[in-house]
Every structure is written in C-alpha cells, then in structure tokens.
Write a protein that binds this ligand. Structure first.
Ligand code: UD1
Length: 442
C-alpha cells in the first residue's frame, strides 16, 4: 500500500519553490468554462484535486489541452447544459461545487453532484443556496445532487450569515452575468476569492471589492477568453514554513506572496523563529527550541484553519502550554490521536486543543485523516527521532505537488513506498537500519 517512510531528525535547509494555489485553481478552472472563447490558465498545481476538476470539465464536454505541466487551455463551448454533472471525479472533491455557480451563471441551469472533500465537519451549503435563490434561481436537492435553474438571474443584495469562501465564490460566479447589480455582504476575503474575481474581471466581468467584506458586481451579458496565472499557494508555503520551524531548520520559500502569509509569519515570530522577507520569498530560521503561544483559527486575514494541524504539531514540541482553538470546522482534531502515538501531550476539549510541549516526538505508524492533517503528520515525522510510516497519503496528494521530492531537496529523508520491493530499495534499507519502525496501534 502506498505510504511514506520518513526518517526524522534532520534540520531542513535550502530553497523550495511553491506551486499555484489549489483552492484558487479549483474556482478558476470551474469559472473558465463560463465563456465560449478559449481561456489559458498558468501556474495550475499538479495535484489530484485539480486533475479531478479538469477531468470533470472534459467529461461534461469541455475541451482541455495540457500545454505543459502547469498550463492548460480550456474551451467550454461544447458543454452540454442538459447533462447532469455526476461522475466519479466530481464526487471526490469539494471544489466541484463551483460548477454549480459557473453553470448556473452561464446557462441559468446546473445539476451537479454534491461535493466530497475532507471530512473535517458538516460542511453545509445553505449559504450557497441562499445566494442562488436570492438571484432568482430555484434550487432543489435530490438524489445527492443540487439542481438549480432560473429563467432569468437578477442582481440582488445578499448578506452571508457565515463567512464562507465557497459560498462567496459560487455567488460571484452566479452573479457575474445576472441582470443588474449584486452586493455580497459579509463576504470571505481569502486570497483565492480575490484571485477568482481578478480572473473573471480579466474575462470582462465587473467585480469590485474582492478582498473586503463587501463585494459589488455589475452584471455583464457575456465573458470572453483570457490568459491568467494563478497566485502561489498560501497553505503549501505555510506548511514548509512550519516544517522549517519543527526541524530547527533554515528554509527559503520562493514564489510566495508574503502578504498572504502574515498571520503565519506572526505566529512563527511569536514562538521564536527568525523571518526574512522580500518581494516573493520568505526565509524561516529556527535555531533553538521554540516557545508556546495560543492561536485561534479565523477567516482571512486571521490564522487559516488549513494551517491548524501544522501549527499544532509544531506547538507540540514547544516549551510550555499552548492553546489552539478551531473556530471554523467542528471536526478538525482527528489527527491528534496520531500525534499522541508519537509522544505528543495534547488534550482535546470540544474545539480546543491544550498542548503541553514535549522535547521530542518518536517515530510511529501513522494514518492521515485528511489533507492538511496528513501534511502536519509528515512535519511531525521529520522532527521525530526515529522512522515513521505515514499511510493514506492520497489525502496529502490531493493538495501538495511533489511533496516528498520538495522535502528531499531541502534535506528531508522521506520516500514514497508502494511495494515491499520499493522498501528494500529505499535509502533506509541501505542505511543499514532494520527499518525498525515501531508497530504501534493504527
Ligand atoms: C474552503 C477551502 C478549505 C478551507 C475553508 C476555510 C476550498 C476548496 N476549500 O472550504 O480548504 O478549509 O475554505 O478557509 O477552497 N458554512 C455554512 N454554510 C455554507 C457554507 C459554509 O455554514 O453554506 C460554514 C462551514 O461549515 C464552515 C464555515 O462556514 O464552518 C467556513 O466554510 P467555507 O469557508 O465555506 O469552507 P469551504 O469553502 O468548504
């Protein structure tokens, strides 16, 4: 079974290049079919969630041409508006729900299977539906699909009851070609909301205020083709920043927008890291054992929930007692049991983790419960004093391009193993170790 073997204990050092933002790419690729002209999207990350949305676009009749590993030419003119979007790919990923907004916005009709994605809480879509209805669509949920249709979509004033990235993006897409003006209040301000708005504006949409909590949209009758490059991935960058901190390393993370990393940088400074920044890079240096802090996840510009497992795993090694409060999703501490197997001293009470830092983690058999938690367990394994095996890496591969390769480039001992043969040929076998990975409960 595919898994990673990690030999911990090396300080990471060197340079790593960050890919395009997965969550921005999901929205932008879904929006790329809203014109009948050709769209070229650059800096698309090569991860399984993105391959799934591209496959979905092809299955429903869109034309997808891969120009190079990260650049795609897409044409949505062949899409059949009457065929339900329901296939093995669409049900796998959260981002497939963006096809509801894009198809409804373009054809005034969408019938899309309900999204999959990480199991980190209930993840309702009531705010998406509220927005579509406010624009004049009728929306029905049946047989695991969302069916929305309208004779006309008409601009409206929509107040979001919760700050939702997905609902904000979906309502923007449904509103860009509606008649008249739409205002979204209490909108999400995440960098990928801004990226999606910039992308649509480059296609002729008229969206103002993305990045603030009030977004104003003037409907246009049609969108045209464009060339667009996706922003760097804030969460991938943050993950490498915490990997540097956990291993007392010195890592320069390139192709980033430092402004998007401010909440992460602030926490790393608080716990005792040194940070250097320039236009498109950030360097994280940790030379000693780090100190405790508290953190609460919040919508942007607050500390991202998608960085919560990574900071928890670093705080598990810091001096003193830290408190991490998860305020976005209700089921996002499942990985703590895995960290406990490594010797972490963490108690979870409701949406709060109380962390009494230990000096060292020890290697263990680990299972990734979801995408970001999986990456956090890799960080913990890199800091541990022994070998770890990490299973269910399909979750990690949903959102991290070349994760083991990038980590190896900065000095990590990590290998992807599929068969016993791989294991025998891995550098660990030739390390003269007996691969004495502790066989703890999984
Ligand atoms: C997106 C990201 C995910 C990230 C999350 C929060 C994608 C594909 N995924 O997920 O990685 O963790 O933002 O930054 O971009 N909510 C409702 N009703 C709704 C919609 C959301 O109550 O209709 C609640 C959710 O349960 C959650 C909160 O709002 O408690 C935020 O969720 P949301 O921002 O919508 O997350 P996603 O878009 O699913």
């Amino acid at each position: 079974m595919e898994h990673y073997i990690v030999k911990g204990g090396n300080s990471l050092s060197g340079e790593v290049e960050i890919a395009g933002a997965k969550n921005a790419a999901l929205a932008i690729l879904a929006a790329s079919i809203m014109t009948n002209e050709t769209v070229t999207v650059e800096n698309v990350p090569d991860v399984s969630d993105i391959r799934a949305i591209l496959k979905t676009i092809e299955v429903i009749g869109g034309y997808v041409e891969k120009l190079d590993r990260h650049t795609f030419r897409i044409n949505g003119s062949g899409i059949s508006k009457d065929t339900p979007v329901d296939n093995e790919y669409v049900r796998k990923i959260r981002g497939s729900y963006y096809l509801i907004g894009s198809l409804l916005g373009k054809y005034k009709k969408a019938d899309v299977a309900l999204p999959g994605g990480c199991n980190i809480g209930l993840r309702p879509i009531d705010q998406h539906i509220k927005g579509f209805r406010a624009l004049g669509a009728s929306v029905r949920l049946a047989s695991g699909r969302v069916a929305a249709r309208a004779d006309r979509l008409v601009g409206s004033h929509i107040y979001m009851d919760v700050v939702s990235v997905g609902a904000t993006i979906n309502i923007i897409m449904a509103a860009v070609m509606a008649e008249g003006n739409t205002t979204i209040e209490n909108a999400a301000k995440e960098p990928h909301v801004v990226d999606l708005a910039n992308f649509l504006n480059s296609m002729g949409a008229r969206i103002k205020g993305a990045g603030t909590d009030v977004i104003r949209i003037k409907g246009v009758s049609t969108l045209h083709g464009t060339n667009y490059s996706i922003i760097p991935d804030q969460i991938e960058a943050g993950t490498f920043m915490f990997a540097a901190a956990a291993t007392r390393g010195d890592v320069t993370i390139k192709n980033v927008i430092p402004k998007h990393l401010e909440s992460i940088t602030a926490k790393l400074l608080e716990i005792g890291c040194q940070i250097e920044e320039s236009d498109d890079m950030v360097r994280v240096v940790a030379t000693r054992r780090l100190s405790r802090t508290n953190v609460k996840t919040l919508p942007y510009p607050g500390f991202p929930t998608d960085m919560q497992p990574q900071i928890t795993c670093v705080l598990g090694l810091c001096r003193g007692i830290s408190i991490v409060t998860e305020s976005i999703f209700e089921n996002r501490f499942k990985y703590v049991d895995e960290l406990t197997k490594m010797g972490a001293n963490i108690t979870v009470e409701g949406n709060t983790a109380i962390i009494d830092g230990v000096e060292q983690y020890t290697g263990a058999h680990l299972s990734s419960p979801d995408l970001r938690a999986g990456a956090a367990l890799v960080i913990a394994a890199l800091a541990a004093d022994d070998y770890s095996e990490i299973f269910d890496i399909k979750f990690i591969e949903r959102g991290y391009e070349d994760f083991p390769e990038k980590l190896r480039k900065i000095g990590a001992h990590i290998e992807k193993i599929d068969t016993d043969e791989d294991k025998r040929n891995s550098c660990y076998a030739s390390d003269n170790s007996d691969l004495h990975i502790p066989n703890r409960d999984i």
